[in-house]
Design a protein around this ligand. Structure first.
Ligand SMILES: NC(=O)c1ccc[n+]([C@@H]2O[C@H](COP(=O)([O-])OP(=O)(O)OC[C@H]3O[C@@H](n4cnc5c(N)ncnc54)[C@H](O)[C@@H]3O)[C@@H](O)[C@H]2O)c1
Length: 325
């Protein structure tokens, strides 16, 4: 039998898909989530669920004594850029300070392998595109700052405790599986918001910035299917080495291109209105994706824009009120 894996944030959008994939590969999974942003219904029934915070020593010690997890997949975090600008201390407290408690108790409990959800937000305004892992780290908002800082904390952890650590710097997670989709309040991500307009839940797509130095003036992002992201976690767990890799496709799409593709996929009208830029949004974030292929043997297999949109649309239609159905 494989060793148990502790997945923090396993009731969230990406975590729920990671949990499902780990279970499929035969790993016993323990989910720790405080449900501050996640959904109990999103956790696969075969996983053990513990409701609690990554900063709670008592919960962590009891959980690790009972389940003897040898690996940690750490997704739990606050992840809204705008909120992080308004409340930076709240982000530091959760994403860094509470994360330190988690690492310390995990090490004491015998965890020697960590996979961490980092973000392309660590790069800030990149000087060159596509962005390689060696690009300077210069986050431009407190959210990205917490991700950079926790990568540093993990580097110390690897050195001092002899753990192996993989930092996965996700670009834009998107798409859904039949069971799991994106249900955030507020929803700040483009694709669920485009689909909300397509389904009549919102009158028009608000395009935040139409004067960027990009071919059509709207921001360009690298969208990766959540299934591909989840698969990278399994590979990262099994790689038994320390590394930092981008999870992206190497291809970027503008907001207008995503809206146009969504019109094709849904067959619905998607009216759009121009709005000012959102503070802190870089014009273009596209990954250099080669290192994940070399180190993890990972290549995105489900991340065409059509498959991302079609899967998200199917989930959205089956769950018009998200997990609240
Ligand atoms: N969605 C993306 O495109 C994206 C891109 C880059 C990085 N990330 C990172 O991936 C991770 C998951 O993102 P997501 O989109 O699934 O977010 P999400 O908000 O859906 O999931 C995060 C989960 O963590 C839980 N959580 C938060 N603080 C906690 C705490 N102190 N203790 C226990 N549980 C806690 C929440 O309840 C939620 O279920 C985050 O670390 C995020 O920063 C996401």
């Amino acid at each position: 039998m494989k060793d148990s894996v502790l997945v923090t944030g396993g009731a969230g959008y990406i975590g729920s898909v990671v949990v499902a994939q780990l279970l499929t590969r035969g790993y016993p999974v323990v989910v720790l989530d405080d449900l501050s942003r996640g959904h109990r219904e999103a956790v696969a029934p075969d996983a053990t669920f513990v409701q609690g915070s990554i900063g709670d020593r008592t919960v962590l010690d009891a959980l690790l004594r009972r389940h003897r997890c040898k690996a940690l997949v750490h997704l739990a975090a606050f992840a809204l850029v705008g909120e992080s600008v308004a409340e930076p201390e709240k982000y530091r407290a959760n994403n860094v300070t509470a994360g330190r408690v988690l690492l310390e108790r995990a090490a004491a409990g015998g965890v020697r392998r960590v996979v961490f959800s980092s973000s392309c937000a660590v790069y800030g305004h990149p000087r060159a595109t596509p962005i390689s892992e060696d690009a300077p780290l210069a986050p431009i908002n407190p959210y990205g700052e917490t991700k950079r800082e926790f990568e540093r904390v993990l580097a110390d952890h690897a050195r001092v405790d002899g753990a192996t650590v993989v930092n996965l710097r996700y670009f834009n997670a998107a798409g859904a599986t039949a069971q799991h989709g994106e249900d955030h309040v507020p929803e700040t991500h483009l694709i669920p918001n485009v689909l909300r307009v397509a389904s009549g839940g919102h009158p028009a797509l608000e395009i935040q910035g139409t004067d960027y130095p990009t071919p059509d003036g709207t921001a360009v992002r690298d969208y990766v299917h959540v299934l591909d992201i989840a698969e990278a976690h399994v590979r990262a767990l099994e790689a038994e080495r320390t590394a930092t890799v981008n999870l992206g496709t190497g291809v970027g799409y503008s907001v207008l291109a995503v809206a146009e593709a969504a019109r094709r996929v849904t067959g619905r009208a998607i009216p759009a209105v121009a709005r000012p830029r959102r503070p802190g949004d870089p014009p273009e974030l596209v990954a250099a994706a080669g290192r994940a292929a070399t180190i993890l043997g990972w290549r995105p297999r489900h991340s065409s824009l059509e498959e991302i949109l079609a899967s998200a649309w199917a989930w959205h239609q089956a769950h018009p009120h998200g997990y609240g159905n």
